[in-house]
Design a protein around this ligand. Structure first.
Ligand code: MLT
Length: 260
């Protein structure tokens, strides 16, 4: 996978496939851009599809000290300009959704359409942020071997497909401790994009796994109420990682939205 070094010295790994209107994918924590394989394979027939790894994940380089979601979003914008992409549909799931909102706030003219999947606009509570610091310190001390056991019950529906659980555990095992720690600390201090929602004029599709235990569908519904031009699609049977647990439902909603 190619990498691009931004002015702020982020080494961003990315994939860039196909031709046509651009679609950019931003991945959830603690996975990497391979979480989007099924969506990339489907859309690349008629679109230019890009997927970017957060620093310390996938093929990106190690995170520089103090990397933020705003810094990552700025890096993705810089990468897209470098690749000649000035307008794109942006798709983010969970942490990827936090970054997608940040990117839309920084550069709304770049975003033709926005897909916010299993994500939220508000910041962490103080307790949530403190929990992230403990998680980060534990990853730095003990590596990433414990994370799948701890997180899978929250990322997947109550009775997950064993093959999906194995695939997700394999992706988590590829994360670096520094990447995990940096992403948690970046999420802990992310901006409140609640007010941003009201300013976003582009069409927005909000997707929510009906069994998302981390970001319940009611929270997605509240986000839709604040967006001027949005609709909600619930994906029954999916947990938090809705694109992996119900790919057919997710892909149908995604394709019809980006080709509208
Ligand atoms: C994710 O799926 O990206 C994370 O669970 C998001 C979070 O920790 O807030």
């Amino acid at each position: 996978m190619p990498t691009f070094t931004t002015r702020e010295r982020l080494d961003l790994g990315y994939t860039d496939q196909g031709h046509g209107p651009a679609v950019v994918f931003l991945h959830p924590f603690p996975l990497d851009s391979r979480a989007w394989e099924s969506q990339i394979a489907l859309l690349a027939a008629e679109h230019r599809v890009l997927a970017v790894d957060f620093p310390g994940f996938g093929s990106s380089g190690p995170p520089p000290a103090g990397v933020t979601l705003a810094g990552f979003a700025a890096g993705v914008i810089e990468l897209l300009r470098e690749l000649g992409v000035y307008r794109a549909a942006v798709v983010g799931l969970s942490m990827g959704g936090y970054v997608a909102l940040e990117l839309a706030a920084q550069e709304p003219g770049l975003v033709s359409r926005l897909v916010l999947a299993d994500t939220r606009a508000g910041p962490d509570s103080p307790e949530g942020a403190a929990g992230r610091e403990r998680f980060a310190a534990r990853a730095e001390k003990n590596g990433v071997g414990w994370i799948a056991d701890e997180m899978l019950p929250k990322l997947l529906r109550p009775q997950p497909d064993p093959a999906v659980a194995r695939w997700v555990a394999g992706l988590i095992a590829r994360a670096t401790p520094a990447g995990v720690a940096a992403a948690q600390r970046a999420m802990a201090v992310r901006a409140d994009h609640g007010p941003t929602l009201e300013r976003l004029r582009m069409p927005v599709l909000v997707l929510s796994g009906g069994e998302d235990a981390l970001i319940p569908p009611q929270e997605s519904a509240r986000m839709v109420e604040r967006l001027p031009n949005a609709r909600l699609e619930l994906l029954p049977g999916a947990g938090h990682l809705s694109n992996l647990e119900e790919p057919e439902l997710f892909n149908r909603a995604l394709v019809s939205f980006v080709t509208e």
